[in-house]
Design a protein around this ligand. Structure first.
Ligand SMILES: [Mg+2]
Length: 436
């Protein structure tokens, strides 16, 4: 690996020498003058109508969502260092307030360490049910106003504003929506507005909390240049480490690199990162639909009345679907069970649930629904499970009560499924302690 990187470093240096640029690997890239770091904030000066045209995509993100909801319901928590997560010694932080962040605490940190860093912090057990309700409230405000929107996660949205500027400037429109969300839900939301999803998302991140930022068309590269590579949405710890080992820390350095070099280094991921660093992103806003779902059903060769068998099949289906959710980093907020009797009489029943992708929560709900649904005591021809209201999200956030060992268990199961096939590893029904 080291040898490979050295190779690339040589190529990298050569490239800049031949281009007569005074670059040397390892040199700290000088920050570009602030005068070219053009970002427009209406707080300081108004945006002329003509500039705000053709700004079709806005990214909106609720500020420290879980914490804001808690503060909304309990005024006394405002301005205090708050940690949300399990209370056990091995629990992890699901979310924390800006006051706690100033002590170095961040999400996904073991709770024990967070408590050491910030001993005065108030620790709250999360309530996914409550957060789901607020998330849906915000979604309904956006749904009323926006022509096309994508719910990217429980607290994040992309809005395609194409055509909006015929009536209003997009910036003005987004500002009004931000205010409306504040008025109707009590929650602060920040937004970034630009020509594409990546730049808008980065802009939101830069202007949080309770901010709004527009990056003009043609200014995307200049806006991104001085930022750290970690600010690019798809650059995680691993990629950032690899880039750092090449001396690349600022997005500006990525912008100056030939795309082929990034391809050599990281394959297609490298090309994608390079494009994003250069403010290029053609990903469309995918309209949010509550109908978006994943499902599984089975028609029996021979109709059955064996309850244990039916239950066990449903559990196995749910487990496979839960794995699918986690593999694609999604959460669902609705689960449905379908049953067809031997006389073709078909029934289904669904239940709204707090956002989750945890097997033990899903399985418990499916079991409950099936119990209610299967009331004819007839032979069954087909059964099925469907998970809907899908959004992007990390599944660990709903394991408030759970410990690292629970998260480790899920990760271990999923790794084995990825390696050996999803149908090769299954829970024994006897793991009742993990069911609600
Ligand atoms: Mg957020």
């Amino acid at each position: 690996m080291r040898h490979h990187i050295d190779d690339i470093l040589v190529k990298y240096t050569k490239y800049f020498k031949t281009n007569k640029k005074k670059w040397k690997l390892g040199n700290i890239v000088k920050p570009i003058p602030i005068s070219v770091f053009i970002c427009l904030r209406t707080n300081s000066f108004p945006i002329p109508h003509s500039i705000s045209q053709k700004m079709p995509i806005t990214h909106m993100d609720l500020d420290s969502f879980f914490v804001s909801v808690e503060c909304l319901e309990n005024n006394r928590l405002k301005g205090k260092p708050l940690l949300i997560g399990g209370s056990g010694d091995r629990a992890v932080v699901a979310s924390c307030s800006y006051e706690a962040r100033s002590f170095g605490v961040h999400a996904a940190m073991p709770m024990q360490l967070a408590r050491k860093l910030c001993p005065d912090a108030i620790i709250l057990r999360g309530d996914m049910d409550k957060y789901t309700r607020y998330s849906e409230l915000v979604t309904s405000v956006i749904h009323e106003q926006a022509p096309v929107y994508e719910k990217a996660s429980i607290d994040e949205f992309y809005l395609d504003l194409k055509g909006m500027d015929r009536f209003f400037g997009c910036y003005q429109w987004a500002t009004e929506l931000k205010q409306r969300i504040r008025n109707e839900t009590g929650l602060a939301i920040s937004f970034g507005l630009s020509e594409n999803k990546t730049v808008s998302k980065v802009a939101t991140g830069e202007i949080k909390p309770n901010g709004q930022l527009q990056v003009e068309k043609g200014r995307e590269k200049i806006f991104l240049a001085p930022l750290h590579v970690r600010k690019i949405p798809m650059v995680g710890e691993k990629n950032a480490f690899l880039l750092k080992s090449m001396g690349i820390e600022k997005i500006m350095t990525l912008q100056e690199m030939p795309v082929e070099l990034m391809e050599n280094l990281m394959g297609q991921t490298g090309v994608s990162i390079w494009k994003k660093a250069n403010g290029i992103d053609h990903t469309p806003v995918v309209p949010y639909s509550e109908k978006k779902s994943i499902s599984s059903e089975e028609t029996f060769e021979k109709d059955t009345i064996d309850i244990n068998k039916l239950n066990s099949i449903l559990m196995s289906m749910t487990e496979q679907l839960g794995f699918q959710l986690r593999s694609s980093q999604k959460l669902c907020a609705c689960v449905a069970v379908k049953i067809r009797y031997s006389d073709f009489d078909t029934h289904s029943m669904q239940a709204k649930i707090p956002y989750t992708s945890s097997d033990h929560i899903l399985m418990a709900r499916v079991k409950e629904l099936f119990k209610k649904l299967y009331n004819r005591r007839l032979l069954v021809r087909l059964i099925g499970v469907r998970l809907s209201h899908l959004v992007q999200g990390n599944y660990q956030i709903d394991l408030f009560e759970d410990t690292n060992s629970m998260i480790n268990l899920y990760q271990a199961i999923d790794r084995m499924k990825q390696r050996f096939g999803a149908d090769k590893i299954q829970r024994a029904i006897g793991l009742d302690k993990y069911k609600q």
